[in-house]
Design a protein around this ligand. Sequence first.
Ligand code: NAD
Ligand code: TDX
Length: 337
Amino acid sequence: MKVFVTGGAGFIGSNFVRLLLQAQPNCRITVLDALTYAGNLNSLRDLQSQPRFRFEHGDIRDSRLVNSLLAGHDAVVHFAAESHVDRSISDPTAFVQTNVEGTVVLLDAARRLGVSRFVHISTDEVYGSLGPTGLFSENSPLAPNSPYAASKAASDLLVRSYHETFGLHTVITRCSNNYGPYQFPEKLIPLFITNAMHDEPLPLYGDGLNVRDWLHVEDHCRAIARVLEAGQAGEVYNIGGHNEQTNQAITALILRALGKPDSLVRHVQDRPGHDRRYAIDASKIERELGWRPRFDFAQGLAETIAWYQANAAWWEPLRARAVEAQRAAANRIGAGH
Ligand code: NAD
Ligand code: TDX
């Protein structure tokens, strides 16, 4: 099988490419990635000499490029996106351009070229926010609250339309928050690990009691590999870790693991439109495709912290850009939210 992976130089994409090359000795992978601030060839360094792997630098919105590169592939796994909620509040346009326009370019090329599977990597954020109880199912209404989530929901609807109108074999996955190696240090877990290692403040938004359902990236990637293999056309599969944690609890775990004091925590003004709680009902993928998460959160977080400790050469050069995102968030808050 020849698989075309967009966004393969990002966090989840790079983990997925590594996993698929290992799990399926006969597959060949082409990665198309624009290498934005979030894309990093160092995340794929160990694969560069692998003959079944090819990297192409380019933008998913470039329809000529996409059409010429995609020819001859059996499947698309589409990760490429602007993915950080805070950046979507500072600059929503970039999110519409990549997440919506980019997705339609890919869908159209896949349709024209007769690609037999299109797996679209979406997010639980399209469902909006939960109260203290309940879970998101695949039938929960779409109610996105951030420009990021709205752009992902729009792309999900385009994917749906290409199945309904053109009969393209599409599958959508909606996963909860991921953590693990190679995550850009602007997201909660790697930002707090790397700031704590530098004895710098950990900016906890609002009361710190927002809840996310954390899943190790390797568990997510195994689920995507299963969906690529056996997902049914036109279906949506939720993916989650049965692992709800408040941001405050995660902060405490990171500080304790690194032997750092609670005084590093700074309660800062809340993110506008901040979703209170996400939690996933993953029973459909468990039942229909036999997938289950393997990582225990305490073990996965400890391994992730150890990975950041051992791989400062990967993340140190990225910190300046992560700090930029924090400054943009601070300016936005200062400007009236
Ligand atoms: P990321 O920001 O780490 O990586 C995104 C990648 O896409 C980067 O390599 C970037 O260079 C590339 N890219 C961006 N714009 C592009 C363009 N126009 N053309 C080509 N490449 C482009 O993101 P991630 O955390 O790995 O997320 C991957 C996907 O999974 C996204 O679609 C995201 O919505 C979804 N998702 C993420 C999470 C999470 O917790 N991180 C959870 C659920 C779903
Ligand atoms: O500095 C911070 N302080 C803080 O309190 C940051 C960066 C985040 N937070 C909070 C906001 C959220 O409640 O931590 C939680 C997690 O924040 P992020 O890491 O920014 O993730 P989130 O907004 O939940 O979105 C993530 O999960 C779903 C990914 O970034 C998305 O791409 C994915 O779709």
